[in-house]
Write a protein that binds this ligand. Structure first.
Ligand code: HEC
Length: 188
């Protein structure tokens, strides 16, 4: 991986506060990225497994109302802000280069700094850092549903493979000398 990509990786990891699973794609191609997932989801046959997958999808899309600040039952208010998972994982986690979930189930558990990071661990780091909240219990219906959704949208990814379009688009650094003053202006 080029240095630029690593720098971006580190900067972004700092923003979310976690390095686990934080991969920036090497290329910008999406050849081989599954394009039928929305249709496949719409065509799922009724049944308990489909209910679980679709609940997982709703959790990604309507996070604040279901498990966030806006949850009717205060015991379900795991998230601490009004973001949805799809505020960052765009289009229900299906959009290429917007941290999609298409290769997630295929590549977890993952070894990060000699530690095994499981899928529930990774989801819970987003619960804590992305949603500024607290972890979902690993045996909850919500965690089970999120994993069922990730597995379904990951059905086209062979084990261990990150499909093109996974992660985030590498952004070339500008040639300018870094400047805190310019950074402040941009930030403001
Ligand atoms: C504030 C932004 C933000 C929010 C909100 C957020 N995430 Fe993330 N999440 C990220 C970023 C950034 C990554 C790292 C992307 C990468 O490396 O592909 C990530 C990575 C992940 C991964 C690992 C993906 C992979 O294939 O490596 C999972 C799983 C995940 N998030 C689940 C969730 C779930 C579920 C929610 C909602 C409960 C959520 N995230 C909310 C920013 C967020």
């Amino acid at each position: 991986m080029r240095t630029v990509a690593w720098e971006l990786c580190i900067a972004l990891a700092a923003v979310v506060g976690v390095g686990a699973g934080y991969l920036v794609s090497e290329g910008s191609t999406t050849a081989g990225y599954p394009s039928n997932l929305a249709k496949d989801l719409a065509e799922l046959k009724p049944g308990p497994e489909t209910d679980l997958i679709l609940y997982g999808k709703r959790l990604v899309v309507n996070t604040p109302r279901l498990i966030g600040k806006a949850a009717q039952n205060p015991a379900m208010a795991y998230g601490g802000n009004n973001l949805s998972c799809q505020s960052c994982h765009l289009n229900g986690g299906l959009k290429p280069f917007a941290a999609p979930f298409v290769s997630t189930a295929a590549t977890f558990p993952m070894l990060v700094d000699n530690k095994v990071v499981t899928l529930p661990d990774r989801i819970n780091s987003c619960m804590r850092l992305g949603l500024n909240g607290k972890p979902l219990p690993e045996d909850s219906r919500e965690m089970t549903a999120l994993i069922a959704y990730l597995k379904f949208v990951g059905k086209d990814s062979p084990p261990g493979v990150r499909l093109p379009g996974s992660g985030l688009m590498p952004i070339a650094l500008p040639g300018d000398v870094p400047s805190a003053r310019r950074g402040e202006t941009v930030y403001t």
